[in-house]
Write a protein that binds this ligand. Structure first.
Ligand SMILES: NC(=O)c1ccc[n+]([C@@H]2O[C@H](COP(=O)([O-])OP(=O)(O)OC[C@H]3O[C@@H](n4cnc5c(N)ncnc54)[C@H](OP(=O)(O)O)[C@@H]3O)[C@@H](O)[C@H]2O)c1
Length: 317
């Protein structure tokens, strides 16, 4: 799996055509890994971009790593394979390198895929149901439609249940990871199980509208420790976040539509390593600042955020 990917969800509502254009520019720059999802609503445009670059001979399909994700309203056994086939048709591909269950919660939105509206039909994580979804994910591997399967937004208690019952264990867990949200305990667990952590919002998603509403947080890229170390290395604080991620061992998937930023992010992988002291200083600026809180997946009025994320180590149902 390439050590860096391009995110394709523009939290500041970048147009589908701009994202597709960014995919083409990223491939020109050297990216070989694109992180997609059906819920981002832009797989058809990205598919056109991929078809164009493959037809041009710049890259072959085999050189690319394409990830996509099963959305929450498609967890039913009969929906998993058709959903993957729809994604393949939109992306104009014969297979995916990686297919993820986007969230561990089945969730049906009143207005199509309006992810911001809390669903009256949000459902809790129920392991037996998740396993039915997972069996279909395993079938996709058997069918040759996907090379690998994985999870996203999973917690340690849920992963333990899955690891006990899965015939094919998750290859990766895509999780929120940035210097202000390092999830060290979950990260260590994931790595100890031979699962590759993939970090979303690696720059702390500075353009996300809800970004600044967290009372005790400053934007990662304005953190004085990040700013100082970035200055020493002559790179932008955003690029330092990407470098920290890769050096820590996770695979960052920064979003960008700006070729200069895309280039800086991928180049950060080959600039001199951060020193042990710098990595140590960065490990100390974790603020436990979760940006993607998932409240839309709460299914009971009295349920708390801690329940949702299994923060006491148990799974509320
Ligand atoms: N699995 C999940 O549940 C989940 C959840 C959230 C996100 N994701 C994935 O993770 C990807 C990344 O997350 P994200 O987009 O929220 O946040 P992010 O990658 O942390 O931040 C993206 C923002 O950073 C800016 N940026 C990127 N490189 C920069 C640089 N070198 N210098 C200055 N600014 C820079 C971009 O602006 P410019 O365009 O101007 O460069 C963009 O506004 C998403 O696109 C999506 O694919 C997955």
């Amino acid at each position: 799996m390439p050590a860096i990917g391009l995110g394709t969800f523009g939290s500041d509502h970048v147009s589908n055509d701009s994202v597709a254009q960014a995919v083409k520019q990223a491939i020109d720059i050297g990216y070989r890994h694109i992180d997609c999802a059906s819920v981002y609503g832009n797989e058809a445009e990205i598919g056109d971009a991929l078809a164009e670059v493959i037809a041009s001979g710049k890259v072959s399909r085999e050189e690319l790593w394409i990830t996509s994700k099963l959305w929450n309203d498609k967890h039913a056994e009969e929906d998993v394979i058709p959903s993957c086939q729809k994604t393949l048709s939109d992306l104009k591909l014969d297979y995916l390198d990686l297919y993820l269950v986007h969230w561990p919660f089945p969730n049906f939105h009143a207005k199509g895929c309006d992810v911001s509206s809390r669903s009256a039909e949000a459902k809790p994580y129920i392991h037996a149901n998740f396993m039915k979804t997972w069996r279909q994910m395993e079938k996709l591997v058997e069918m040759g439609l996907v090379k690998a399967i994985g999870t996203s937004n999973m917690t340690e208690p849920k992963l333990k249940l899955l690891l006990a019952d899965a015939a094919i264990k998750p290859a990766i867990n895509e999780m929120e990871l940035h210097p202000h949200f390092q999830q060290q305990k979950l990260y260590d667990f994931v790595v100890s199980q031979g699962i590759q952590p993939v970090g979303f919002c690696p720059i702390g998603s500075p353009a996300r509208p809800e970004r600044d509403k967290t009372a005790d947080d400053t934007v990662d890229t304005e953190d004085p420790v990040i700013v100082e170390i970035a200055k020493k290395h002559g790179i932008h604080p955003a690029t330092l976040c990407v470098k920290w991620a890769e050096q820590r061992g996770q695979i960052p998937i920064p979003f960008s539509t700006n070729p200069r930023n895309m280039l800086a992010n991928i180049q950060s992988l080959v600039t001199p390593k951060l020193s042990d002291e710098e990595m140590e200083a960065l490990s100390k600026i974790d603020k436990n600042c979760r940006l993607i809180k998932g409240q839309v997946f709460l299914w009971k009025e009295d349920q708390t955020w801690e329940d949702l994320w299994d923060l006491d180590g148990t799974i509320a149902q």
